[in-house]
Ligand binder design. Structure first.
Ligand code: NAD
Length: 467
């Protein structure tokens, strides 16, 4: 299949293309069109022109268009799932690419049904004051490679639902599913409402300084988020930044190791750990430390890893070489600092970026694997003895995306979870998100939220009307 930029509803040929390899096999999945600064300018101009009519299109029509997009994606679900597996690596089954496409459909319907009605602030003999929500203009969206389609839809659908128009730039590692998704969206939407320009990182930098874009929504690393914030400053763009995490999970002495092992495992290793709000540091009380370690290692043995196209596989490879090398480096560093490998700990095979599920015991803060985001199938398990100081230790980290507490006493766990410095806290689970609940990071993990009416508001400016 040929993949193309989509500008003003039409496919735009490019002079150059880059190969997109399959991370499981190295085989060519497709060719990414390399957009130029001129393509970006044209996409922004198309979005600005479309904004004039889309912003005043009746709300019911925009809602219906979003539902129609969901139906269109659902009708192509298997094709899209296989494309995601081929370019991203995650498996088709379980919490893999079919789950990603299904989530995109469900989220799109749920976002279509959100409303931002006019709020009446005052209505009396002194007068009436209304608060209206209006679209912002052209939105620039930049997405990462871990959940390319789902995260793309999280940017596009609320923007379109509220009357904005968009230029999206997918990650150069996983551009194809977004190019195809936008092509399908353009079968529903008027030309120019959603445009896609793929290419190198420099296109992203050009977007965040582009004078024709009024807001940036970005999901990716903290370092890139800082650059986007800096280059957005001269044009004072609105920003939503969903950045990296280093979520702590805390297992209290009264937890049941066997019962919590599956939840801990998938909290850490959904998408092979390449998930922003995955559990990335596990603190376990000394009294059940060995039992939790053993239960996790036993559970890991039941989870097959391999080429995601294989229907029996539950975990795929790391997505790209850069990330693979980073994971190897962090594991070696942990070993050198006294880390004890419970399972995994070295590359398997020579084809693809497969790294086995790895648990590392006897490390603590000060070791890079604990302090930094690993973004791969490796979990440090940290022993603690003092329950009173454990929240403080977990909070002593610049990230603030998610966190969890695990205990047989849910009320006690909830109290502690609320003291974690993070945007989302879970009790006896980790990483679950829903379209009706805001999600976002604090500290270096981001600015703003997505999902629910709180997330929808971020695609609007307010207008107070005295009438
Ligand atoms: P990345 O920051 O390397 O790249 C993300 C996107 O930014 C890509 O499209 C890339 O081309 C673009 N980009 C690179 N340099 C740029 C620049 N100077 N200006 C503008 N755009 C630029 O991130 P990644 O490696 O693709 O994704 C992994 C990171 O994303 C992890 O840290 C993860 O935690 C984070 N993430 C966060 C969330 C969240 O919701 N908080 C969700 C998923 C991923």
């Amino acid at each position: 299949m040929d993949y193309s930029l989509i500008i003003n509803g039409a496919k735009r040929p490019t002079a150059a293309y880059a190969d997109v390899p399959n991370p499981s096999t190295g085989a060519l999945v497709g060719k990414m069109p390399l957009g130029t600064p001129k393509d970006l300018d044209d996409a922004v101009a198309a979005a600005a022109a479309a904004f004039k009519t889309w912003s005043v299109t009746p709300d019911a029509e925009r809602k219906a268009a979003c539902h129609a997009i969901a139906a269109k994606i659902e009708a192509h679900a298997e094709e899209l799932a296989k494309l995601i597996t081929a370019e991203q690596g995650k498996q088709l089954n379980g919490l893999g690419s079919r789950f990603e496409v299904g989530g995109t459909v469900a989220w799109t319907h749920a976002t279509a049904d959100l409303e931002l009605p006019v709020a009446v602030l005052q209505d009396n003999e002194q007068g009436r004051i209304e608060l209206h929500r209006k679209p912002i203009g052209v939105i620039g969206s930049i997405t990462p490679w871990n959940w390319p389609m789902l995260i793309g839809s999280w940017h596009l659908i609320p923007a379109v639902r509220t009357g904005n128009t968009v230029v999206i730039k997918p990650s150069p590692y996983t551009p194809l599913s977004t190019l195809r998704m936008v092509e399908l969206m353009n079968e529903v939407l008027p030309p120019g409402v959603v445009n896609v320009v793929s290419g190198s990182d420099s296109l992203g930098a050009a977007m965040s300084s582009h004078p024709g874009i009024q807001k940036m929504v970005f999901t990716g690393s903290i370092s890139t988020g800082k650059k986007i914030m800096a280059s957005s400053a001269p044009t004072l763009k609105r920003l939503t930044l969903e950045l990296g995490g280093n979520d702590a999970g805390i297992v209290l002495p009264d937890a049941d190791p066997k019962a919590i092992a599956p939840g801990l495992f998938w909290g850490a290793f959904i998408n092979g750990g390449q998930t922003c709000a995955a559990l990335k540091r596990l603190y376990v009380h000394d009294s059940l430390y060995d039992q939790v370690c053993n239960a996790l290692v036993d559970f890991a043995k039941t989870v097959p890893m391999g080429d995601g196209m294989d229907e029996t596989v539950q975990l795929g490879p790391i997505q790209n070489e850069m990330q693979f090398n980073r994971v190897c480096e962090l594991v070696e560093d942990a070993k050198q600092h006294g880390g004890r490998i419970l399972c995994g700990g070295a590359r398997t095979g020579t084809t693809g970026y497969f790294y086995p599920i790895t648990f590392i015991a006897d490390v603590k803060e000060g070791v890079r694997l604990v302090d930094e985001e690993q973004f791969g199938p490796v979990l440090p398990i940290i022993r603690y003895t003092d329950v009173d100081s454990i929240i403080e230790r977990a909070n002593d980290n610049p990230h603030g995306l998610g966190g969890s507490v695990w205990s047989s006493d849910a009320a006690k766990a909830k109290q502690l979870a609320q003291r974690l410095e993070c945007g989302t806290a879970w009790v006896n689970k980790h990483g679950g998100i829903q379209p009706n609940a805001p999600f976002g990071g604090i500290k270096l993990s981001g600015i703003g939220v997505e999902f629910s009416d709180e997330g929808l508001k971020e695609y609007t400016v307010s207008q107070t009307v005295y009438c």
